[in-house]
Design a protein around this ligand. Structure first.
Ligand SMILES: NC(=O)C1=CN([C@@H]2O[C@H](COP(=O)(O)OP(=O)(O)OC[C@H]3O[C@@H](n4cnc5c(N)ncnc54)[C@H](OP(=O)(O)O)[C@@H]3O)[C@@H](O)[C@H]2O)C=CC1
Ligand SMILES: O=C(OP(=O)(O)O)[C@H](O)COP(=O)(O)O
Length: 351
C-alpha cells in the first residue's frame, strides 16, 4: 500500500474528536495530532488515547497545559507542517481565519459546515459529488442537516427525479455539553427570514434540486428532526421508495416493530448497540412515515444526529482530496466498514 495519509485535526471538539477517532480506524491514514486552545477533559482523553496535542496559541496556552500535567508537542502551525491534509474543526467562522495559515503553508484543508461555501469553493457530500473534491486544496463538508438532506435527496433524485422539495428542519438547540445554548422554554424560528441556509447549501452540492427550507430551534440536545415533503417526476409506491433508500448504508429505515418513537429512542438504540458516544451516523427514517400519493408527492420524517453524521463524509473527503481513492463508492465502502455502518438489517447489527 502507498504511504498512509498524514491527517491533522485543527480543533478537537464535538466534530474534531470524532473525526480523529475515525481517522485512527483507517488503514490508509495516520493521525499527526490534534490542536486545542486549552487543557480540559477533552484534551485529557486525547492524551490518554495517545494523540499528540498541539497548542493553537502556544504563547498563551503552554503554561496552562503544563500546569494541567499535559505535554504539548508544539504549535498547531508545527502540526500543520507535518500533515498531508488538515481537517479544520474549529468553531464556526474560525475556519475562515485558519485558511490563511493553510494558504501560507500550502496545505490542503477540509472545512466544516459552519463556514460559508465560498471559504472552500467546493462543498461535499460523498454520495452526491465525491468526484468534485478530487485533487482540490479546499473543500467544505456541508453541515449536519445539509448532509442528511443531501443523502436523502441524492438517492431519491437518482431513482425517480425530484421536481421540488419543501423541508422543515426541527433543530436541536445545542449539543449535550453546550450549556450556554437554548432555547430552554420556547420554539424559535431560526432564521425568521426564509429560507434557512439548508436549501441554498444543498444547492452547493446538488445545484439542480429545487428546494425551500425552513428551520426552528427546539429545547432538545439529542438530534435534529426533518419533515421532508417533495414532488417526484415518477410515482413509485411507498414500498419502492423504501427499497430504494435501503440500498444506501448511510440511510436507515426503522421498522415499526422496533418501537422507536422519538429521537430519545434513537439515541437509546445507539447506546444499546454499543455505538461509541451513542453516535448514530446514519439518517434515521421512520419507515411508517414514508408515504407517496398518486401524483408522486412523498412525505417522511428523518432524525439526524448532529454530532456524528458528518464524520464518514470527512473521511471520504480526505480520500477524495488527496486522491488516494478516486472511486467514491470504494471509499464509502471502506469508511462504512471501518466505522461499522451498513444497510439497516437488525439481525446483522453487531452488539
Ligand atoms: N456540533 C455540531 O452539531 C456540528 C458542528 N458542525 C460544524 O463543525 C465545526 C466545529 O464545530 P464543533 O465541533 O461543534 O465545535 P466545538 O466548539 O465543539 O469545538 C471547537 C474546537 O476548536 C478548537 N479551537 C478553538 N479555537 C481554535 C482555533 N483558532 N484554531 C483551531 N482550533 C480552535 C476548540 O479548542 P478549545 O476547546 O481548546 O478552545 C475546540 O476543540 C463548526 O464549523 C460547526 O458549525 C457541523 C456539523 C455538526
Ligand atoms: O451543522 C449543524 O446544524 P445546521 O445543519 O442546521 O447548520 C450543527 O448542528 C451545528 O449547528 P449550530 O450552528 O446550531 O451549532
Amino acid at each position: 500500500m502507498a504511504d498512509k495519509i498524514k491527517v491533522a485535526l485543527n480543533g478537537y471538539g464535538t466534530i474534531g474528536k470524532r473525526v480523529a477517532d475515525a481517522v485512527m480506524r483507517q488503514d490508509d491514514m495516520t493521525l499527526v495530532g490534534i490542536a486545542k486552545t486549552k487543557p480540559d477533559y477533552e484534551a485529557y482523553v486525547a492524551a490518554k488515547k495517545g494523540y499528540a496535542i498541539y497548542a493553537v496559541d502556544p504563547a498563551k496556552a503552554e503554561s496552562k497545559f503544563k500546569a494541567a500535567g499535559l505535554s504539548i508537542a508544539g504549535s498547531n502551525e508545527e502540526m500543520i507542517k507535518k500533515a498531508d491534509i488538515i481537517v479544520d474543526c474549529a468553531p464556526e467562522g474560525i475556519g475562515e481565519e485558519n485558511k490563511k495559515l493553510y494558504e501560507k503553508l500550502n496545505k490542503p484543508a477540509i472545512f466544516q459546515g459552519g463556514e460559508e461555501h465560498e471559504v472552500a469553493g467546493t462543498s461535499f457530500n460523498a454520495a452526491a459529488n465525491y468526484d468534485q473534491a478530487i485533487g482540490k486544496q479546499f473543500v467544505r463538508v456541508v453541515s449536519c442537516n445539509t448532509t442528511g438532506l443531501c443523502r436523502l435527496l441524492y438517492a431519491l433524485d437518482k431513482a425517480y427525479g425530484i421536481k421540488k422539495v419543501r423541508a422543515t428542519m426541527m433543530r436541536r438547540g445545542g449539543d449535550p455539553n453546550d450549556i450556554k445554548r437554548g432555547p430552554i422554554n420556547a420554539i424559535v424560528p431560526d432564521p425568521i427570514h426564509l429560507p434557512s441556509h439548508h436549501g441554498p447549501d444543498v444547492n452547493t452540492v446538488l445545484p439542480h434540486i429545487k428546494i425551500d427550507t425552513v428551520a426552528v430551534k427546539l429545547p432538545t440536545t439529542l438530534m435534529h428532526m426533518h419533515y421532508v415533503n417533495m414532488n417526484l417526476n415518477k410515482t413509485p409506491s411507498r414500498e419502492d421508495v423504501i427499497a430504494t433508500l435501503k440500498q444506501y448504508p448511510r440511510i436507515w429505515l426503522i421498522p415499526p416493530w422496533l418501537n422507536i418513537k422519538s429521537t430519545a429512542d434513537v439515541i437509546e438504540f445507539g447506546r444499546e448497540l454499543g455505538r461509541p458516544r451513542n453516535d448514530m451516523m446514519e439518517n434515521v427514517i421512520w419507515e411508517e412515515s414514508v408515504s407517496v400519493d398518486k401524483e408522486g408527492e412523498l412525505n417522511l420524517f428523518q432524525a439526524i444526529h448532529q454530532e456524528s453524521d458528518v464524520i464518514p463524509e470527512n473521511i471520504d473527503c480526505i480520500r477524495a482530496m488527496t486522491g488516494i481513492e478516486k472511486d467514491g463508492a470504494k471509499s464509502m465502502e471502506k469508511t462504512n466498514k471501518t466505522l461499522g455502518l451498513g444497510s439497516f438489517n437488525p439481525w446483522k447489527l453487531s452488539l
